[in-house]
Design a protein around this ligand. Structure first.
Ligand code: FES
Length: 200
C-alpha cells in the first residue's frame, strides 16, 4: 500500500513549507521507517535525527498529526481511522493477481475507513490499445511482478461501497486535466483508468 506524508522542510532564514512524499508502506512499519525510506528514495538532503530506535534516546521526537511523538515508536497502523483519510492505490493493483484476491483486500481496507474517506486508484487496462497492453504484459511476465490488466467494469468493482466523484472512472488523462484540450486527444493511448471514490 502507498501512503502520502506531509513533511515540514525548513529553509535557510527560518522559512519552510510542507512537502508531500508518497512511498510504499507495509504492515508493522513505524514513522521513522517511512521517513528513512523517503530519505533513501526521494529526499537525500532531508535531515532526520535518531539514535536508539527503541524509544530511549528521544532524538527522533517529532510532531506527528499535531501531537508530539517519537517517530521510532509510532506505528503507521496506529493512525486514527475514526477520521476520514485518503488511501492511494495508484498503479498498484494491476500487480496483484486475482489469486491474491485484490477485491477482497480493498474491501477489507474500505471496511476500516471512516465515512468520507477517499480511495484514489489508477489501474492498467487492455481496453483501448490491446496490442500495447499485450506487449506490457509480456514484458512484466519476465519480472517478479507480472501485470494483470483489467477491464473498466472490473476496475469499477474496486469502488464497491464508494461513490465515484466527478468525472468518474475515466481514461487517465481525462481525470481533471490541467489542459482539457490536450487530454481529449486519444486518451485511451495511456492504457489505464483512474478514479476517486468517497467512502459511504
Ligand atoms: S531513535 Fe531513540 S527514541 Fe527514537
Amino acid at each position: 500500500m502507498k501512503a502520502t506524508f506531509q513533511i515540514w522542510r525548513s529553509e535557510p532564514g527560518g522559512a519552510g513549507a510542507f512537502k508531500s512524499y508518497t512511498t510504499e508502506i507495509s504492515e508493522g512499519m513505524v514513522v521513522l521507517d517511512a521517513v528513512h525510506k523517503i530519505q533513501a528514495e526521494q529526499a537525500p538532503d532531508m535531515a532526520c535525527r535518531w539514535n536508539c530506535k527503541a524509544g530511549k534516546c528521544g532524538s527522533c521526537s517529532a510532531e506527528i498529526n499535531g501531537k508530539p511523538r517519537l517517530m521510532c515508536m509510532s506505528r503507521l497502523n496506529s493512525l486514527d481511522l475514526d477520521q476520514p483519510v485518503a488511501v492511494l492505490m495508484v498503479a498498484v493493483l494491476h500487480f496483484v493477481g486475482d489469486h491474491d484476491d485484490p477485491f477482497g483486500a480493498v474491501a477489507r481496507i474500505r471496511d476500516r475507513l471512516a465515512s468520507g474517506s477517499h480511495l484514489v486508484l489508477s489501474h492498467a487496462s487492455a481496453e483501448g490499445r490491446p496490442e500495447a497492453a499485450a506487449r506490457h504484459r509480456e514484458l512484466y511476465s519476465r519480472t517478479p511482478t507480472p501485470m494483470t490488466m483489467r477491464s473498466r467494469d472490473e476496475i469499477a468493482r474496486f469502488f464497491d461501497g464508494f461513490d465515484l466523484i466527478d468525472p468518474g472512472l475515466v481514461w487517465l488523462p481525462l481525470w481533471r486535466p490541467e489542459d482539457p484540450s490536450a487530454a481529449a486527444e486519444q486518451p485511451e493511448r495511456t492504457t489505464g483508468f483512474a478514479g476517486v471514490g468517497r467512502c459511504r
